[in-house]
Design a protein around this ligand. Structure first.
Ligand code: CP
Length: 352
C-alpha cells in the first residue's frame, strides 16, 4: 500500500492539530490521519475492504494472511466498537492479538507510556492499534517503536478508521440502490454528495476525520451545531457551509451524520442545558420527517438516545448505525492487511 505514511513516501500532510510524524523505523507504515491518505488512498482502502466484506460472508470468515503476525490493541480510553472490531479483524486475518489496557498495566505503578510501549514492543509486535485521550499519542508511539501504528482515536484529533468505515458504508448503500456491486464502484458517488455533520463538532475526532475524508472525495459538508460546539477555527476544514438551523438543512442533505454529545470532554459546559441542545439539534421523528426520500442517517456510536438521536429514529430503515459497525470489521481488516500483509488473500485476488 503506497498511501499509508511510512519512511519511503512523501512527508504526510497533517491537519493543524496533528504532530509531524518522523520517518518510521524499519520502513514500517502507519495510519495516523485521514489527511495523509487523499482520495486515492481512501479509494484503495475501500476497494480492499470490498474483498474483506466478501470474506466476512463466508461460512468460516477467516483467512491466513497475517499468520505469524502480532497485533496489540493498546487502549488508554474506553471503547466498545473500535477495540472489538480491530481485535475481530486481526483474528479473522489469523494474526495473534494482544489486548492491552493501560488501566490494568504497570502504568498504574508509574511506568511511562514510552517505557510501556517499548516493553510491549520488545516481545515482538508487528502493529500497535492505539487509542489515547491525548492528540498525537499514536504518532508518538510510531516514533518509539519498530512496528506499524494505527490511530484508533486520539483526543479531539482524529479517528481515521471511523471515517473510512463511514465512507465504505455510504458507498455500499449507494451502490446497492443503483443495483451495482460496490466492487469496482470507485469513489465517484461522493462527488457533490451533501453531508450534514450535526452536533458536538468541537470535541469530535470523528467529525475532523470525516470532514477531511469527505473533502478529499468531493462531497459537500454542512456543519450544523450551536456556535459553542464548533471548533474555535475552521481553518483547514474543507467545509461548504455552517448552519445553526437543523430544520432548514435537513430537507437538502443526502446524509445526516449525528455526533455524540461528548460530556466526558466537557461538552455540557458549552451548553445552557442538554435538554435545550436536544430541543434544537436532536434528530427527533418529526425532524427525520423533514429529510428527503432516501436520505441516510448515521451515527458513529455510542449513541446518547434521546439527546442527539431519538429511539424511533435510530430504528428507522435508513438508519445505518449497525451497518457501520459491521463494515468496521472489514475496513479494519483491509487496513491491517495493507500495513502488514504479504501474501494475497485467498479467493479474492487482493494483495497488499
Ligand atoms: N465509534 C467509536 O469509536 O466507538 P467506541 O468508542 O465504542 O470504540
Amino acid at each position: 500500500m503506497t498511501r499509508l505514511a511510512g519512511s519511503e513516501g512523501p512527508r504526510p500532510t497533517v491537519s493543524p492539530a496533528a504532530p509531524v510524524v518522523e520517518p518510521a523505523k524499519g520502513g514500517r507504515r502507519h495510519l495516523l490521519s485521514v489527511a495523509e491518505l487523499g482520495a486515492e488512498g481512501i479509494a484503495e482502502i475501500l476497494e480492499v475492504s470490498d474483498a474483506f466484506v466478501e470474506v466476512g460472508r463466508r461460512s468460516i470468515p477467516k483467512v491466513p494472511s497475517l499468520r505469524g503476525r502480532t497485533v496489540v490493541t493498546l487502549f488508554a480510553e474506553q471503547s466498545t466498537r473500535t477495540r472489538l472490531s480491530f481485535e475481530t479483524a486481526a483474528k479473522r486475518l489469523s494474526a495473534d492479538v494482544l489486548s492491552f489496557s493501560l488501566d490494568t498495566s504497570s502504568v498504574k505503578k508509574g511506568e511511562s507510556l514510552r517505557d510501556t510501549v517499548e516493553t510491549v514492543a520488545a516481545m515482538g509486535v508487528d502493529a500497535f492499534v492505539v487509542r489515547h485521550t491525548s492528540a498525537g499519542a499514536p504518532a508518538a508511539v510510531a516514533r518509539w517503536v519498530d512496528a506499524s501504528v494505527v490511530n484508533a482515536g486520539d483526543g479531539w484529533h482524529e479517528h481515521p478508521t471511523q471515517a473510512l468505515l463511514d465512507c465504505y458504508t455510504i458507498r455500499q448503500v449507494l451502490a446497492e440502490r443503483a443495483g451495482r456491486p460496490s466492487q469496482g464502484a470507485g469513489v465517484g458517488c461522493f462527488v457533490g454528495l451533501r453531508v450534514a455533520i450535526v452536533g458536538d463538532v468541537r470535541h469530535s475526532r470523528v467529525a475532523r476525520s470525516l470532514v477531511l475524508a469527505m473533502g478529499s472525495l468531493g462531497a459537500e459538508v454542512i456543519l450544523v451545531a450551536p456556535g459553542s460546539l464548533l471548533p474555535p477555527s475552521l481553518e483547514g476544514w474543507p467545509v461548504t457551509e455552517v448552519s445553526y438551523d437543523l430544520d432548514a438543512v435537513l430537507p437538502h442533505v443526502d446524509v445526516c451524520y449525528l455526533l455524540r454529545l461528548q460530556s466526558e470532554r466537557g461538552a455540557g459546559a458549552f451548553l445552557p442545558s442538554v435538554r435545550e441542545y436536544s430541543t434544537w439539534y436532536g434528530l427527533t421523528a418529526r425532524r427525520a420527517g423533514l429529510l428527503g426520500d432516501g436520505a441516510l442517517v448515521m451515527h458513529p456510536g455510542p449513541m446518547n438516545r434521546g439527546v442527539e438521536i431519538a429511539d424511533d429514529v435510530a430504528a428507522l430503515p435508513q438508519s445505518l448505525v449497525l451497518r457501520q459497525v459491521s463494515n468496521g470489521v472489514a475496513v479494519r481488516m483491509a487496513v491491517l492487511f495493507m500495513l502488514l500483509g504479504q501474501a494475497p488473500v485467498p479467493g479474492t485476488g487482493v494483495s497488499a
